[in-house]
Design a protein around this ligand. Structure first.
Ligand SMILES: [Zn+2]
Length: 256
């Protein structure tokens, strides 16, 4: 069974054809999908979706790109939501210095709040690190004994990758962009033991080849897995089996 650990189902591209998208996923061998929220509105949508569809699970959090206008006090509205059914993790949280560098301190404060909450609720954290991977690793390392972390859509350098791989509780995942011709992620994939990798799509973004340019969906995760298998010089099924085991370690609640 393949698990797509990262698909944003509240975008109309996926939501409007959810029956078909889930059907395609199942046909491709995807058995479970985690939907990370990015703000309070998507938290509500995600909770509704996971109550309606067996194969969907929730991660709840506030994306660094969506907190600029929020008061820090509002963060605590997240906590009661974690007690809802099928909440498998916290996220998507993290740091994003790509779009706007004017509120990095506020991003760090919110990220720290997520890490604290994850350690009090024993939930794994899904971390976004666009142009911020070094700071995000520094902060997560402070919690390395208390939480499991997924550095999603990983795109640091090999030194940064090694700082993540050194920690038992830390994992990475790669998106469809590793299948692009100009991708410099091949060397990262090469240096990541499969045991430390989870599968994800980041749907509806970053569709892998040969779907590049289209809206991504969980079924396309097989194309990313195929590329990983090629880089690792092994067969797809053994990649799928190892990733499933790691997913059980990081997101045990989706197997209950
Ligand atoms: Zn995402």
């Amino acid at each position: 069974m393949i698990i797509d650990t990262h698909a944003h189902f509240y975008f109309p591209e996926l939501l409007d054809n959810i029956g078909e998208v889930l059907d395609n996923a199942q046909k491709a061998g995807v058995g479970k999908i985690i939907i990370p929220a990015v703000d309070f509105r998507s938290c509500d949508t995600v909770l509704k979706l996971v109550s309606e569809h067996d194969m969907l699970y929730a991660a709840l959090g506030l994306h660094p790109g969506d907190i600029k206008e929020l008061d820090e006090k509002e963060f605590y509205r997240l906590e009661p939501l974690l007690k809802e059914n099928k909440v498998a993790g916290i996220g998507e949280t993290g740091l994003d210095y790509y779009w706007d560098k004017t509120y990095n301190d506020k991003q760090k404060a919110f990220f720290r709040n997520h890490l604290e909450l994850a350690s009090s609720y024993s939930l794994p954290v899904i971390i976004h690190t666009r142009d911020s991977v070094s700071d995000a690793i520094d902060m997560t390392l402070e919690y390395k004994d208390k939480i499991k972390a997924q550095f999603h859509c990983f795109s640091g350098n090999t030194d940064e990758l090694n700082r993540v791989l050194e920690v038992d509780n830390f994992y990475v995942s790669y998106c469809g962009n590793i299948t692009y011709k100009k991708s410099d992620s091949a060397v990262l994939v090469e240096n990541t033991p499969v045991e430390k990798m989870l599968s994800e799509t980041d749907s509806p973004f970053l569709a892998p080849m040969p779907h590049r340019g289209k809206k991504n969906q969980p079924a396309y995760v097989v194309d990313t897995i195929r590329k990983i298998a090629k880089i690792k010089n092994t067969d797809e099924q053994s990649i799928i089996d190892v990733m499933r085991k790691s997913t059980e370690i990081v997101f045990p609640r989706i197997f209950k």
